[in-house]
Write a protein that binds this ligand. Structure first.
Ligand SMILES: C[S@@+](CC[C@H](N)C(=O)[O-])C[C@H]1O[C@@H](n2cnc3c(N)ncnc32)[C@H](O)[C@@H]1O
Length: 295
C-alpha cells in the first residue's frame, strides 16, 4: 500500500470515528478489512482506498469504519468500577436525587451490551432500595452491528462466563439452545441507540452518571478533550463520569476533577463538593447510612 493510500484510510477513520492508527498498523487494516474486501471483490487495500476515493459510498465508508472498531467487552468488566458504582456513586446519587426519584445513566460506547446490562443487573439487585424510582439506562455505540447484537440480549456460554457471577446468570438469564438470553426484567431496562461520540451529543439529554470506558484510548489528545467536554455538557452539574482502567483525565481535560479515593471516577470541575463514601476512607454520616442499606 502506498503512503498516500495509508494516509487516506487513516484520515477517513480519524474523521469518522476518532480512531488513530499509526503507519505500523497496516497489518490491522489488512486483518480487519479483509472480509469487506472479499465481499466487494477488492484485491487489496489499494483497491479499497481507490474505490472509497472515487465513489465516496456512504455505505462502504460505514462498513469500513465499523470493521475497524474494537468491540472487546465483558460483563462486569474490571469488576472494581461496578463496586465503586454500587458502594459509592449510587448512594451519593440516591441521596442527591431523593425527591425526584429519577436517575439517568449513559453507557457511551457500550459495544455488545455487557456493560449496560451489568449496570441493569446491579440495579435490579437493589430493587427494594430503588422502589418508586424511575431509572433510565441509555446505551450507545457508533456501530449498528454491535447494537444489533446487544438488542438480541443473547450471549454465548463463553461470553457469560467472563466476569458474570453465577448467581446472576441463573437469576437473570435463560438458556436458549447453546446460548444464554437475558430475561426481559433486565433487558427492558436498557435502551440502545446509535451515537457517534464525535457528533452532536445535545440530543442525548442530561445524565446523572456516564460510563465512558475503553473508547477514549483510541482517540488522540485533542479528540479526547473535545469528546470529554461534550460529555460534560450532557451531565448534571453534580453527576459522575467513569472512565476505563487505562484511561485518565490527567493532562487531557480540565473539564473534570477526580473524586478523591475513587480512581477512574470524575465529577465536573464546576461541581459543588460533596461527601462520598470511599472504601477505606470516610463518609458523611448520611452517606454511610445510605450505603448500609445496600448489601
Ligand atoms: C472496547 S469497546 C468498549 C466497550 C465497553 N465500554 C467496555 O469498556 O467494555 C469500544 C467501543 O467503542 C465504540 N466506538 C469507537 N469509536 C466510537 C465513537 N466515535 N463513538 C461511539 N462509539 C465508538 C466501538 O464501536 C466499540 O464498541
Amino acid at each position: 500500500m502506498t503512503d498516500a493510500d495509508f494516509a487516506f484510510l487513516a484520515g477517513l477513520l480519524r474523521e469518522r470515528s476518532g480512531l488513530v492508527i499509526g503507519p505500523d498498523k497496516t497489518y490491522l487494516l489488512e486483518a480487519r478489512l479483509s472480509a469487506i474486501m472479499r465481499v466487494h471483490g477488492f484485491k487489496g487495500l489499494e483497491e479499497l482506498a481507490a474505490a472509497l476515493r472515487m465513489i465516496r459510498s456512504e455505505s462502504l465508508i460505514v462498513q469500513v469504519v465499523d470493521a475497524m472498531t474494537t468491540n472487546e467487552t465483558s460483563f462486569f468488566r474490571d469488576h472494581a468500577p461496578f463496586e465503586k458504582f454500587r458502594l459509592s456513586v449510587l448512594p451519593a446519587l440516591l441521596k442527591a436525587r431523593a425527591g425526584q426519584n429519577r436517575l439517568r445513566i449513559w453507557s457511551a460506547a457500550c459495544s455488545t451490551g455487557q456493560e449496560p446490562y451489568s449496570l441493569a443487573m446491579l440495579l435490579r439487585e437493589q430493587a427494594a432500595l430503588l422502589a418508586g424510582w424511575r431509572i433510565e439506562i441509555v446505551a450507545t455505540d457508533l456501530s449498528e452491528r454491535v447494537l444489533e447484537r446487544a438488542r438480541s440480549r443473547t450471549y454465548s456460554t463463553f461470553e457469560v462466563q467472563r466476569g458474570m457471577p453465577v448467581h446472576l446468570l441463573i437469576k437473570y438469564f435463560e438458556q436458549v439452545g447453546g446460548d444464554w438470553r437475558l430475561k426481559s426484567e433486565v433487558g427492558d431496562m436498557v435502551e440502545f441507540r446509535p451515537c457517534n461520540l464525535l457528533g452532536d451529543l445535545r440530543g442525548m439529554g442530561s445524565f446523572d452518571l456516564v460510563f465512558c470506558r475503553n473508547v477514549l484510548i483510541y482517540f488522540d489528545q485533542p479528540t479526547k478533550r473535545t469528546v470529554l467536554s461534550a460529555i460534560g455538557r450532557q451531565m448534571a452539574g453534580d453527576g459522575y463520569l467513569m472512565l476505563g482502567g487505562s484511561e485518565s483525565m490527567y493532562g487531557v481535560s480540565d473539564a473534570f476533577a477526580d473524586v478523591a479515593g475513587l480512581r477512574g471516577v470524575y465529577r465536573r470541575a464546576d461541581a459543588r463538593p460533596v461527601s462520598i463514601f470511599t472504601p477505606g476512607g470516610t463518609a458523611a454520616p448520611e452517606l454511610a447510612a445510605a450505603r448500609a442499606t445496600i448489601p
